[in-house]
Design a binder for this molecule. Structure first.
Ligand code: CDP
Ligand code: MG
Length: 879
């Protein structure tokens, strides 16, 4: 059998007549070669893989590959020299008990799924098992993908430490940073990084094993990677694929015939989990969940026995404000007198000490701070504890900040115990992130304020209490406009349970949910795969960049809707990112190849519409402005709302006054002459410019009707996009200067055209007088997407100008359909910048015939000599 296999292998090579031998040394060196060349010159083997990914009926090929019974390879053992205490800690992890089962399954199967609770040791131990079993001893390495950067960085450091090896050997790579060397054997990376590598080397020759971690999160890139690897791995024998999940919900991968013709073997690791008591809030939840969380932490800290607290909030800004609040309330100072006379004491502390003195609490012997963390936990407290924290019987739910904690609390509480507060979110600097894994200073209680990054990817030691706000920040996409935004919504039951589970890793714990059990039962059971919730134009572009042209046939674990795929292809063709299908096609076939512009766009980490603007932005030194505009449009809602109905006459008058003032500011930012025609986008640009010039203070934002948070986000995004542009085009040598001078007149004209190039499908034409059959069209605009008219909002600086052609960022329906983010367009630009939307023919007669002789439809009123007929795909110019 073995021989047969080898023969087959040889045959294949003869067939394809190539040099792709995964065991040849030279190959590995070639990896580092010119990426452009690598992408252009594909080996026949690679071509086969690219074909396989688009093959409608993979069964034929894959069944053959998968069903070939392979003899297990001889077991090897590469010793690792671990420190004794590390080895002892490892032995306690649940996956250690399953090592043999796991490694046997890996040896005998091409693809294996591993399920195990968070903290069972999947991420840190499986790469070590594989290393020890010799999977990295040849020329292939072990690659592990993580959906989050934090996890990739911290896990690589952890594994290096556990294995007593240098980070040259156990390394990481995230988008703009990494420490991979030629000695690297285990490589942690984000899923996006591996996807980019597939672009350069479709068969991933460098890798012997690929581990897809956190597959349960169903991030779009993870899904696509699994789809790609389901085809790549069979062609790369003896490559191995391991899919790891923190939940048992893996049928989308294992039972999916389109992905893997035969069900994959699933190994379940039983985690040792201590019981976690869940406490629901009794009351209907309020919107001030950050305040509630704060009060809850104060209460836990004052009244409950030692043990770390982990708080789940939704975003970076919330995390920081909570950390500030907590540090103010429980300062972490080593030299405190602890007698209530420390000048650094806060108002709240002074109050507390006053009460304590009255109750003669301070005459109690003082506890030695250094010894505190070693005090045994009083298990007998369990019951009383439940009484204090259990909101279901509403015992002391209303304890407000500064309230008397009560006698019972004071008896148990150590007035000296400081709170050691640490933030944790994905974009936090790695050395800051690392702090949560180290034990807190003696005599303090650890309190980690985290986003859902702490839900499954990272296990923080010593957590006994979890405070869960029940919310999550999610990206939402507008189906009509395709524009995305972040919104805070309820999380799913599955992730709420994951969060609760964080409390029971080392001992029995408690989870405080800041919402009622009724609300919990209304949560959706699982979070849906991200891919079904959003437009897929960016994904389709990424796949086309991989030369996967027939995206419809791609083996998605959960496929996006056909409608979404068609819309994406259509948009990309219009943007010039894909080649146009032949003229006579009824509708766009889903197999257009990518263009050079498309390849450039694929390299920017933003939606294709904006990527096109960035790709065009080099002209006339416009890049800093384009970056700012793209950042402002991505953040959205940068202006404070002034349109909400007022409660009283008085308030109404005040709001009218404010509206007038903000209108004035907008007109100021919009500028004069040419810049006025950039319209609302010029206002955004002016607002960001003015705000940065004033140092981006909350005061400036408040006075000028800007959302401070949005301004901070824009600043951060500008930084990221600047890095991205420099990475894509090193010649740009762009340097982010927060304070920018206003664009010149010619730059404004250039910007208007760049915006038109990106938002071309959001073009609207003012309805002409002769078309005004219906008064509802008065001052209205015709768009390709909507049958009814859309209007320029009274808040827009172009409200009175009413240009003939505009592009808009989105349409929002309130009392009317209003366009937002409106910018004027000059008619003669349309055929030049959006030729794909135009049909070129002989100039119109004067006066133009009212009906198109072919379609019988009303013809556009268009004086330009370039633009005569407008294509049917964009019926914008037809009424
Ligand atoms: O991947 P999985 O959630 O199954 O577990 P893991 O991340 O491999 O973590 C296994 C154990 O290592 C946990 O109990 C953590 O407490 C510990 N760990 C640690 O102490 N420090 C780290 N930086 C990472 C993990
Ligand atoms: Mg993990």
């Amino acid at each position: 059998e073995q021989e047969e296999e080898e023969e087959e292998e040889e045959e294949k090579e003869e067939d394809t007549n190539n040099t792709t031998d995964s065991s040849s040394e030279d190959d590995d060196e070639e990896e580092e070669g010119d990426p452009v060349e690598a992408a252009d010159v594909r080996s026949a083997e690679e071509e086969k893989a690219v074909e396989a990914v688009q093959d409608k009926a993979p069964e034929k090929m894959l069944t053959k590959e998968l069903c070939n019974k392979r003899k297990p390879q001889p077991a090897v053992f590469i010793p690792v020299d671990r420190l004794p205490e590390i080895q002892a800690a490892r032995l306690k992890l649940p996956v250690l008990g399953e090592e043999q089962v796991i490694m046997e399954a890996v040896r005998e199967n091409m693809c294996v799924v591993l399920c195990g609770e968070t903290g069972s040791g999947k991420t840190t131990q499986i790469p070590q098992f594989l290393y020890e079993a010799g999977y990295a001893s040849g020329d292939g390495i072990i690659g592990i993908t993580e959906p989050r950067r934090v996890a990739a960085v911290s896990m690589s450091q952890r594994v290096a430490m556990e294995m007593n090896m240098s980070t040259r050997v156990v390394s990481y790579q995230i988008r703009y940073e990494g420490n991979v060397t030629s000695d690297t054997k285990i490589k942690f990376m984000t899923d996006g990084v591996l996807l980019k590598e597939i672009q350069k080397d479709f068969l991933l020759q460098k890798y012997r094993v690929i581990i897809i971690d956190e597959a349960h999160e169903r991030s779009v890139y993870t899904d696509i990677l699994i789809g790609l690897l389901s085809r790549i791995v069979p062609l790369r024998r003896p490559m191995k694929l391991l899919i790891m999940s923190a939940t048992l919900r893996v049928e989308d991968f294992t039972e999916n015939k389109k992905l893997f013709p035969r069900p994959l073997p699933v190994i379940k690791v039983d985690a040792r989990q201590f019981p976690v008591t869940v406490h629901f809030n009794r009351r209907t939840p309020t919107d001030d969940y950050v305040g509630e969380a704060f009060r809850k932490i104060c209460k836990i800290h004052r009244m409950l026995p030692p043990g770390g607290i982990l708080v789940f909030l939704t975003g970076q800004a919330e995390v920081h404000s909570m950390c500030r609040r907590l540090r103010r309330a429980f300062p972490f100072r080593s030299n405190r007198t602890g007698l209530g006379d420390d000048p650094k004491d806060t108002e709240e502390e002074r109050k507390w000490f006053k009460k304590a003195k009255q109750k003669k609490m301070l005459s109690l012997p003082r506890i030695n701070l250094d010894n505190y963390s070693t005090l045994p936990v009083d298990e007998g407290d369990e019951d009383r504890q439940a009484g204090i924290g259990d909101e279901e019987d509403g015992s002391d739910l209303d304890l407000e900040l500064g309230d008397d904690p009560g006698d019972e609390g004071l008896e148990k509480c150590d007035p000296m115990l400081p709170l050691y507060v640490l933030p944790l979110y994905s974009l936090l600097a790695p050395e800051q992130q690392g702090k949560v894994f180290r034990p807190p200073p003696a005599g303090t209680r650890l309190c980690v304020v985290a986003t859902n990054v702490a839900e499954t990817s990272l296990t923080i030691p010593g957590i006994k209490y979890v405070v869960d706000c029940g919310r999550v920040k999610k990206r939402f996409y507008d189906r009509v406009t395709g524009v995305s935004s972040f919104r805070v919504t309820w999380t799913s039951q599955a992730s709420a349970n994951q969060r609760a589970g964080r409390a029971g890793r080392t001992e029995p714990g408690h989870c405080y949910r800041l919402y009622s059990s009724a609300v919990f039962s209304d949560f959706q059971e699982f979070s849906e795969a991200e891919i079904t919730r959003r437009p897929v134009d960016d994904l389709v572009l990424q796949m086309k960049d991989l030369n996967i042209e027939k995206v419809v046939n791609f083996p998605f674990p959960t496929p996006p809707s056909m409608e979404a795929l068609v819309a994406a292809e259509h948009l990309l063709v219009s943007l010039g990112a894909l080649e146009e299908p032949p003229r006579d096609m009824e509708r766009v076939r889903l197999s257009c190849p990518i263009t050079p512009l498309g390849r450039a766009m694929a390299a920017f980490p933003v939606a294709p519409r904006y990527a096109k603007m960035l790709a065009m932005g080099k002209q006339q030194g416009c890049l800093p402005y384009v970056i700012t505009l793209v950042a402002a449009m991505t953040v959205r809602e940068i202006f404070e709302e002034t349109d909400r109905p007022a409660a009283s006459e008085e308030e109404n008058a005040k709001m009218a006054q404010r509206r007038a003032r903000l209108g004035q500011m907008r007109r100021l930012w919009a500028g004069q002459g040419a810049s006025l025609l950039l319209g609302d986008l010029m206002v955004m640009l002016g607002a960001v410019g003015a705000c940065e010039y004033a140092g981006c203070t909350p005061k400036f934002c408040q006075e000028n009707g800007l959302r401070y948070k949005a301004m901070l986000e824009i600043r951060q995004l500008r930084g990221q996009l600047t890095t991205a542009v420099n990475a894509v085009d090193p010649e740009a040598r762009l340097y982010l200067d927060a304070k920018m001078a206003p664009p010149t007149e010619s730059q404004v004209l250039c910007l208007q055209q760049i915006v038109l190039a990106g938002l071309g499908d959001h073009l609207a034409r003012r309805v002409q007088v002769e078309e005004l059959l219906d008064p509802k069209w008065h001052n209205g605009y015709k768009t390709p997407l909507l049958d009814s008219p859309v209007f320029i909002h009274p808040n827009s600086v172009l409200f009175k100008t009413l240009p003939d052609y505009v592009v808009y960022q989105e349409v929002l329906e309130t009392s009317k359909m209003y366009m937002r983010g409106v910018s004027a367009v000059q008619e003669e630009w349309i055929p030049q910048i959006l030729p794909r939307y135009c049909h070129f023919g002989p100039p119109l007669e004067d006066p133009p015939p009212r009906f198109c002789p072919d379609s019988g439809r009303v013809k556009c009123h268009c004086k330009s000599t370039f633009c005569t007929w407008i294509r049917q795909e964009l019926p914008i110019f037809w009424t």
